[in-house]
Design a protein around this ligand. Structure first.
Ligand code: SF4
Length: 241
């Protein structure tokens, strides 16, 4: 009898094929439920508290996905929620690793010890980490009172000391990310190879008030990018339609 595959009930979302979630690769994307943060602009609010109203997805179904079997998928993205919140994410990544596909992990940077373990075990090929705000505005950006970004600082240090590619990204929130804050963030995270400014999407945000906000115009985002470019060479904008 074959080895049984353990359950990962926190796998609550699955986009079978994506061209935008793993730079340069066709990927399948898994979403894990639960997050330690409460970012008001979060657009996966149904997953924040554990996604009890959302059915779990059986890992077997994902592993049997025909495009994965036929080699039409090149990578797997593990996103959330916050994947590193779950201790058994290590087991999940090991099982995914056995698929001989590239693996990218999305994280909010709050679990540096687990990130270190993942990297030490060689379980991912790329990490994308959120930088929510400048250091002194992390509490407001994440909806967690008095939150200091110490763990994020540690995670950034771990990524910088590793030899795997990583991407830092900030969703630019209207009336919150000022030019001064952009400068503070870029100064903090530099030097880094790649930094992405993501366009804010007002649909279905966790905080209802944020649904009324008008995203920055293309010109305003380009101004933000130019500020970041004073510190970081490779800055891009994602999500402009
Ligand atoms: S946007 Fe914030 S609250 Fe939502 S999943 Fe990401 S880190 Fe968690």
């Amino acid at each position: 009898m074959g080895k049984s595959i353990p359950d990962f009930p926190y796998i609550k979302g699955w986009v079978r094929t994506s061209l935008i979630d793993y730079p340069g690769l066709i990927a399948t994307v898994l979403y894990t439920a639960c997050c330690n943060l409460r970012c008001p602009f979060c657009h996966n609010p149904e997953l924040l508290f554990g996604g009890e109203d959302v059915d779990s997805i059986d890992l077997i179904e994902i592993l049997n996905f025909s495009n994965l079997r036929k080699g039409m998928v090149e990578g797997i993205v593990v996103s959330g929620g916050e994947p590193l919140l779950h201790a058994s994410i290590i087991d999940l990544l090991k099982l995914l690793r056995a698929q001989a596909l590239k693996i990218k992990l999305d994280t909010n940077g709050c679990f540096p010890d687990r990130l270190q373990e993942v990297l030490h075990l060689g379980l991912v090929d790329m990490v994308a980490m959120d930088i929510k705000a400048s250091k002194n505005a992390y509490d407001k950006a994440t909806g967690i009172r008095h939150l200091l970004p110490d763990k994020v600082v540690q995670s950034l240090q771990i990524l910088k000391s590793s030899n795997i590619p990583f991407e830092l990204r900030t969703t630019i929130i209207p009336d919150f990310h000022t030019k001064e804050m952009m400068r503070d963030i870029a100064e903090w995270i530099a030097p880094v190879d790649s930094y992405v400014l993501q366009q804010f999407q007002p649909e279905d945000t966790f905080a209802p008030d944020y649904r009324k906000l008008k995203p920055l115009s293309e010109g305003e985002l380009i101004s933000m990018k130019q500020i970041a470019e004073q510190y970081i060479q490779n800055v891009s904008i994602r999500g402009l339609h």
